[in-house]
Design a protein around this ligand. Structure first.
Ligand SMILES: [Zn+2]
Length: 293
């Protein structure tokens, strides 16, 4: 881990783990570079036991400038497959900067474990957020793809069946997908497992054909791409109340219709749209009042 000090056109590179532990002040924060590097090493080797030694030695640089540029927060760190990771000091305190370093190292390990090149921006950032949150950093985001990535990771982490897994298992789950739809599918899967909504059992009764099941799950994920957990629950509960004899094409059609109506009437209550679209397929609950005879 290098520390790059820039000051008035001069620059100096320090090996953080061999540095004396004099405090370094950047902007409003003070850091102890050797202690900071020690925290990053401890966390990174615990989270990724197979972390190649060259990554920490050669591909992670902390940068400190005497004038903290007045730019967006997004500049707190960056990763490039060619040159590795840079963490800018001065944006976060020491522990926050450790989190940023773990975020950038997650991109590095995603590249190392495979899947980085094939993944969309939401998955890439979700992988990194899983790691920074493991390091204790909590951030909120307004810009995409960070916002969507953060929402989906927060949903996953609030589900007991996912959250009780060790970090390496959670990591393996998230890097196993390459698209935002895949992430939404993962959330639906762990929601079903955590709350026993019966989705897996219902699918099993619906069809033995795995391709057809995957097609239906992918459509469920697409329709619920940006749903809250509460809405996912509503959607899945409705789906599993459809009779298993219902033709799969009709179920796909219902899911499409919900997505179409949601796009067309963005201000309408989505739960009502879901109820409306499923009405012909879900047995009605016993009515309290019978109209007519
Ligand atoms: Zn990132």
């Amino acid at each position: 881990m290098q520390l790059l000090l820039r000051s008035g056109g001069q620059q100096l590179i320090i090996d953080m783990e061999r540095a004396d532990d004099r405090p370094l002040t950047v902007g409003q924060y003070t850091y102890r570079p050797r202690r900071l590097a020690g925290k990053v090493r401890r966390l990174a080797t615990k989270m990724w036991p197979d972390l190649p030694p060259t990554v920490l030695a050669e591909r992670l640089t902390f940068e400190a400038m005497d004038t903290v540029r007045d730019t967006a927060w997004s500049d707190s760190g960056s990763f490039s497959p060619r040159s590795g990771s840079v963490v800018l000091l001065g944006r976060w305190d020491e522990d926050g900067s450790v989190g940023i370093a773990l975020h950038e190292l997650a991109h590095e390990m995603h590249l190392y474990h495979g899947g980085y090149d094939d993944s969309d921006g939401v998955v890439r950032e979700a992988v990194a957020m899983l790691a920074e949150r493991e390091a204790g950093l909590r951030r909120t985001f307004e810009r995409e793809p960070y916002h969507s990535a953060c929402q989906l990771v927060e949903q996953l982490e609030s589900l007991s069946a996912f959250n009780r897994l060790s970090f390496p298992k959670r990591w393996a789950e998230v890097i196993s997908v390459t698209s935002m739809v895949g992430l939404a599918d993962l959330v639906n899967y762990y929601l079903d497992r955590s709350e026993r909504l019966g989705l897996a059992r219902w699918l099993d009764r619906l069809t033995k054909n795995i391709d057809v099941r995957d097609q239906l799950l992918a459509r469920l994920a697409t329709t619920s791409l940006r749903y809250s957990l509460a809405l996912r629950r509503v959607l899945i509960k409705k789906l599993v109340r459809c009779k298993p004899e219902t033709p799969v094409e009709q179920l796909l059609y219902v899911l499409d219709s919900i997505a179409t109506l949601d796009r067309r009437y963005p201000n309408d209550d989505l739960e009502q749209i879901i109820n409306f679209c499923f009405a012909p397929y879900v047995p009605q609950r016993r009515r309290l009042f019978a109209f007519g005879s």
